[in-house]
Design a protein around this ligand. Structure first.
Ligand code: GDP
Length: 295
């Protein structure tokens, strides 16, 4: 991912590397390219503009007698700003509560079920965690089966009630079951739709309100560009979620959504999905992602 953006930024920054000092003219030239590269990568227009304005102010405020070469200085400024834009530090998840309840939200196909399995596997590997996966999709029996398959793959128990058509009661029963059976983490996979709709939002909002999870994660396909940002906004308005999971970063995505989502909903990206396998999960490191963008 990001090859496109990375190449372009690289090219833009090379323009500056040939110059002995930072001037308003060469900073403006370089940042024009940076902004174009961000826009091409699907970063929202306003965010790209604000980004380059901030970098410009910082660049022009620098003492030209700095030990860094101007080109290197610009790379550093762009990288630092990009890191900041994506959240700065690593954001952990809240595993307080007994059990800790993690609610997954997102559209159908975003990778919720896959990620639920990955997260269970990830937490299980920390020896103190005994997760329980919960199937709360009451519409698609296939979704329940899929979670069972995923649970089997990672060796984590799956709680489901195929006959129960009330997701709130399934979630509540699952939490009771977890308490009785020594599970200290409950991961609840919910029903998604192909697009945001009121019924889905009302349902997940009701589950959210009833179980008061320690952590509500919004799962989104990184390949969906600006749509990802709009979906994030719709879910955040309703759930005020705690963090974002960006899936399918192994695909051919330019990934600008990562930058825009954080800026628009002001919630940290916490994990990324980098493949279909159960170990294709990574904590999101803003600085690593910035490195990757800059190449
Ligand atoms: P859900 O409807 O939100 O539960 O989505 P699923 O978990 O069923 O995922 C939808 C499709 O995306 C499946 O084919 C998954 O294998 C695939 N998928 C999920 N996460 C990733 C990822 O990080 N990378 C890739 N390449 N595929 C993924």
């Amino acid at each position: 991912m990001f090859d496109n953006l990375s190449d372009k930024l690289d090219k833009a920054l090379h323009v500056l590397k040939g110059h002995g000092s930072i001037t308003e003219v060469n900073v403006a030239e370089t940042l024009k390219e940076v902004r174009r590269a961000l826009l091409d990568a699907d970063v929202n227009f306003k965010i790209a503009k604000e980004f380059t304005t901030r970098v410009k102010e910082k660049a022009l405020g620098q003492d030209v007698l700095t030990t860094l070469q101007p080109g290197q200085l610009m790379v550093k400024l762009v990288k630092d700003e990009l890191t900041e834009l994506m959240g700065g530090d690593v954001a952990g998840i809240n595993l307080g509560g007994s059990p800790s309840v993690i609610l997954m939200s997102g559209l159908q196909g975003s990778g919720k079920t896959t990620f639920s399995g990955k997260l269970a596997n990830f937490l299980k590997s920390k020896k103190t965690k005994k997760p329980l996966l919960v199937a709360c999709d009451i519409y698609r029996p296939a979704a329940i089966n899929q979670l069972h398959v995923v649970g089997d793959q990672v060796g984590v128990e799956v709680y489901s009630e195929p006959e129960n058509k009330n997701p709130v009661s399934i979630a509540q029963n699952a939490i009771e079951y977890a308490k009785k059976n020594g599970h200290n983490v409950v991961i609840i996979d919910t029903a998604g739709r192909l697009a945001v709709d009121e019924e889905m939002m009302a349902e997940i909002a009701e589950v959210h309100k009833a179980i008061q999870p320690q952590e509500t994660l919004f799962v989104v396909d990184a390949m969906t560009g600006q749509d990802a940002v709009n979906t994030a906004k719709a879910f955040n308005d309703r759930l005020n979620f705690d963090g974002v999971v960006l899936t399918k970063l192994d695909g051919d995505t330019r990934g600008g959504a990562a930058i825009s989502i954080k800026s628009v909903v002001n919630k940290p990206i916490k994990f990324i999905g980098t493949g279909e396998k159960m170990d294709a999960i990574d904590v999101f490191y803003p600085s690593r992602m910035a490195d990757r963008i800059l190449g």
